[in-house]
Ligand binder design. Structure first.
Ligand code: CA
Length: 702
C-alpha cells in the first residue's frame, strides 16, 4: 500500500469511527441536488447566500416575531482575529464552517461551538496592503466532502470537510501582480467559481471555473479586454474592446474585478457575475477617448459550461466613480405587469435598484434607493443612466453622491418572499472626486488616479462652483446609514430604519424577522413586514457580516461574526471606541443561558511628548503624502480604525526607526510594505505630520 493510499484509508477509518461513536448515520452529501434544493431545505445553510438565488432567506420559524425577545447566547467562539470579519457561516451535517481574517478557516460543532479543526492559510502578510479593504474573507463553499476557500494571496484551496487537511490548491492569479481574493467561492455544475480583486492597484479582472474534484482550470472569463496585439481570447473580448480607447491594457489593466457576488440559475444554466470599477478610477487615465469600457460595472450572465457571455447589463457605463456592480445579486420570480417574471435584482454602489429579466437582461426598473447626484435617473428605453453635468469630474473637485463606498457595498442584502421585500444595508454618502494632479502609476501600489487627500485642499484642487452643478443635485455633504426595506415590484421603499451607526449584512426569515448587526456592536432583530425593533444585544465590537441561521436537534440557532474592519474599518474610527478588539462568533438560541461577555479591545499605549522641529509647510506636505499613501490603512488624518496601529500612539523607538520601517521595509513580515519609491525627504515629512498629529492629540484634539 502506498503512503498516499494509507493516509486516505486512515482518514476513512477515523471518519467512520467518528460516525459510529456519535451514533449518526452517514452524513448527507452537499452535492448538486442538495445545492439546487437548498431553498426548500431549511435546516442547513450550505452555500453562502443560502441558495443559488442568493436570497439569504430562511424558511425557519421557531424563532419568530412573537418570541425573538427570548433569544439568549447558546455559545461563542474566538477565531483568533483582530481584523474585520465578513463571512456568513455555512452549516451542514451539524458542522459550522466559516472564515476569519487572512483567509483562515474553522469548523465547529454547530450545537456547542466546540472547535473541530482550523486551517491556517499562511497567507503572505504583504498582501495586506494589496487588499484595498482589509484582509477580510466572506466565507467558504461546500461540495462533496470538501470546503473551498479563496485565499487573499490568490490561491483557491480545497480542504477535507472532516479534517481540514488540504486536498488541493491552485494559484488562481499571477503572483507578481496585486490581485487579492476576499469573496466566497460558489460551486455550480461541478465547478468552483472564484473571482478576485485589485482594481484600485491596477489589474485585469477575471473569473475562473475549476473542476471541484481536481482543481483543474475549466474556463476563465476576463471581464475586460487585454492587449489586442496578443489576440483576443474570444469574441466577447473583441466586442468589449470596441468600447475602449487608447492603450488601456497598459494603464492599469482595466480593472473590472469580480470580487464578491455571483448567482446561479440552474434551469437556465446561467451564472451571473457582478463586475467592478475601472482601473484607474478616472476614465481619462485608462481610456482617454472615452467609451463605455465593457464589462466594467456590469451584471454579466455567463453560460456555465463555457464561461462565455449570454447577455450583459452595464449599470455604470464608462465608470469613473468606483461604482462597482459587484454588490449582491438576488434571483426571484416576481409578478410584474400582470405576469411572472424571472428576475435578477441588484442594489449596486451607484444608488439605483435594478430589476432585470434574468434570462434576457431586459431592464424592468431602475429607481434610486439612496441620494444620487451623479445621474438624474435611468432611461428605461436605452437602459442608460442620465448623467448630471457635473458627474464627469476633472481637474476641479466635484462633490457627488454616492461616494466610492457606494449606496450599498458588499454587505449582503436579503429577500423575503413572504413580504416581497429586499432588506438593504443602505448608505447615504458623498465624496469629493478630482483627478490626481501629477499622477504617476506605481506598479503594485494604489493607482486610482484621483486624489484621496484632496478633501478640503482647495489651493491645489479648486472646487467646481456650485452654479456648475445640475439644479437640485448640489454639493451637499452627508452620511447616513439605514436598513431599507425595498419593494422591488413597486420599485420604491416600503420602510426605512435610520441608524446612527453603519449597518452590516442582513438575514430574513419566515418568522417575520430581519436580523442586522451594526458598527456600534449592536445585533438587532426587526419585524420583516414593518421594521419594528423587537430585540437587541450589545456584542462589544463592530459588526459587518451577515448572520446565518440553522436548525439542529429541535432548536433554531442564529449565528453572527463580530469583528470591525473592512474599508471603513481601517480608515475611520471604530464606533465602539475599541482598539485592536478581537473578533468573535456569537450563536443565539431561544432561552439560551450562556454568559454573554461582549468583546473588549486593548488599552491604547500612553502618550509621551516627542520633540520635533518642522515647519507648517513640511507638515502640510507630509499630510498630502500620508493621505495618498498611508491613510487607507492607518486612517484618515492618522486616526486609526482600530485594527491597524494608530501611528499617533507609536512608541518613540518607532519614530527613531521611521525610515527603516517605511522606506527600507523593516516591517514587511507584519504586512507593512516597503515604500522605496518615496524619497528620504518624503518620509521625513510624513514623520513630521504624524508628530504634529500626536501633539494635537496630546493637546486635546481627537
Ligand atoms: Ca473599487
Amino acid at each position: 500500500m502506498t503512503r498516499k493510499a494509507l493516509t486516505a484509508t486512515t482518514i476513512l477509518i477515523i471518519g467512520l469511527a467518528a460516525s459510529i461513536c456519535s451514533g449518526e448515520a452517514k452524513p448527507a452529501q452537499v452535492d448538486d441536488a442538495a445545492l439546487r434544493n437548498a431553498a426548500s431545505a431549511p435546516d442547513e445553510w450550505i452555500t453562502i447566500g443560502r441558495d443559488y438565488a442568493e436570497t439569504r432567506f430562511s424558511p425557519l420559524r421557531q424563532i419568530n416575531s412573537s418570541n425573538v425577545a427570548r433569544l439568549g447566547l447558546a455559545w461563542s467562539y474566538d477565531p483568533g482575529s483582530l481584523r474585520g470579519l465578513e463571512a456568513t457561516p455555512l452549516v451542514a451535517n451539524g458542522v459550522l464552517y466559516a472564515t476569519s481574517d487572512w483567509s483562515n478557516v474553522f469548523a465547529l460543532d454547530a450545537r456547542t461551538g466546540r472547535e473541530l479543526w482550523r486551517w491556517d492559510a499562511k497567507a503572505d502578510r504583504i498582501r495586506g496592503y494589496r487588499a484595498c479593504c482589509d484582509v477580510v474573507n466572506r466565507g467558504v463553499a461546500l461540495y462533496k466532502g470538501k470546503v473551498y476557500v479563496g485565499v487573499i494571496d490568490g490561491r483557491l484551496a480545497a480542504l477535507d470537510a472532516a479534517t481540514g487537511t488540504l486536498r488541493w490548491e491552485v494559484q488562481t492569479t499571477p503572483v507578481d501582480e496585486p490581485y487579492t481574493i476576499t469573496g466566497a467561492p460558489r460551486v455550480v455544475d461541478g465547478k468552483v467559481i472564484i473571482g478576485n480583486g485589485g482594481s484600485e492597484l491596477g489589474v485585469r479582472g477575471f473569473v475562473s471555473a475549476y473542476d471541484a474534484e481536481t482543481g483543474k482550470l475549466i474556463w476563465r472569463f476576463y471581464t475586460v479586454p487585454g492587449d489586442p496585439a496578443k489576440g483576443f481570447e474570444n469574441e466577447d473580448m473583441r466586442k468589449a474592446a470596441e468600447t475602449w480607447t487608447g492603450e488601456w491594457w497598459k494603464n492599469g489593466g482595466g480593472g473590472g474585478t469580480a470580487w464578491d457576488s455571483f448567482a446561479y440559475d440552474p434551469d437556465a444554466k446561467l451564472l451571473y457575475v457582478g463586475t467592478g470599477n475601472g482601473s484607474a478610477w478616472d476614465r481619462s487615465l485608462r481610456s482617454p477617448g472615452g467609451g463605455d469600457n465593457l464589462y466594467l460595472s456590469s451584471i454579466v450572465a455567463l453560460h456555465v459550461e463555457t464561461g462565455r457571455v449570454a447577455w450583459y447589463y452595464q449599470t455604470t457605463p464608462g465608470d469613473q466613480w468606483d461604482y462597482t456592480a459587484v454588490q449582491q445579486m438576488t434571483l426571484a420570480d416576481l409578478q410584474i405587469g400582470g405576469r411572472t417574471r424571472k428576475v435578477i435584482m441588484q442594489a449596486p454602489k451607484n444608488g439605483f435598484f435594478y430589476v432585470l429579466d434574468r434570462l434576457t437582461g431586459e431592464l424592468l426598473s431602475a429607481e434610486p434607493y439612496a441620494k444620487v447626484t451623479w445621474a438624474k435617473g435611468v432611461d428605461l428605453k436605452t437602459g442608460r443612466p442620465i448623467e448630471t453635468r457635473q458627474a464627469r469630474y476633472g481637474d476641479k473637485a466635484v462633490m457627488l453622491s454616492p461616494g466610492p463606498g457606494g449606496a450599498h457595498n458588499w454587505h449582503p442584502m436579503s429577500f423575503n418572499p413572504n413580504t416581497g421585500l429586499v432588506y438593504i444595508p443602505a448608505i447615504e454618502s458623498s465624496f469629493t472626486y478630482v483627478r490626481e494632479r501629477d499622477f504617476r502609476r506605481v506598479p503594485g501600489f494604489w493607482n486610482m488616479g484621483i486624489d484621496l487627500a484632496a478633501r478640503g485642499n482647495s489651493a491645489q484642487y479648486p472646487a467646481l462652483p456650485e452654479s456648475e452643478y445640475e439644479p437640485g443635485t448640489g454639493p451637499e455633504v452627508g452620511a447616513a446609514s439605514s436598513l431599507l426595506a425595498w419593494d422591488p415590484v413597486a420599485a420604491k421603499p416600503r420602510w426605512r430604519i435610520k441608524h446612527e451607526a453603519t449597518g452590516g449584512g442582513t438575514l430574513t426569515t419566515a418568522g417575520n424577522l430581519v436580523f442586522q448587526g451594526l458598527s456600534d456592536g449592536r445585533f438587532v432583530a426587526y419585524t420583516a413586514d414593518t421594521g419594528a425593533k423587537l430585540w437587541e444585544v450589545q456584542l462589544g465590537n463592530g459588526i459587518m457580516a451577515a448572520p446565518g441561521t440553522y436548525f439542529l436537534d429541535g432548536k433554531q440557532y442564529v449565528s453572527v461574526l463580530v469583528g470591525w474592519g473592512g474599508a471603513s474599518g481601517l480608515y475611520a474610527p471604530n464606533p465602539t471606541q475599541q482598539y485592536k478588539a478581537p473578533g468573535r462568533l456569537f450563536t443565539f438560541v431561544l432561552d439560551g443561558e450562556a454568559k454573554l461577555e461582549p468583546v473588549r479591545g486593548i488599552e491604547r499605549p500612553p502618550l509621551t511628548p516627542i520633540e520635533y522641529n518642522s515647519t507648517p509647510a513640511e507638515v502640510e506636505r507630509g499630510a498630502t503624502i500620508f493621505g495618498r499613501r498611508c491613510s487607507m490603512c492607518h486612517g484618515i488624518a492618522a486616526v486609526s480604525g482600530g485594527a491597524i496601529a494608530d501611528l499617533r500612539y507609536a512608541l518613540p523607538a518607532t519614530y527613531d526607526s521611521f525610515d527603516q520601517i517605511v522606506r527600507q521595509g523593516a516591517y514587511q513580515a507584519l504586512g507593512m510594505p516597503k515604500f522605496d519609491f518615496l524619497s528620504e525627504a518624503d518620509v521625513a515629512a510624513v514623520k513630521s505630520y504624524l508628530l504634529f498629529r500626536r501633539k494635537e492629540l496630546m493637546d486635546g484634539a481627537r
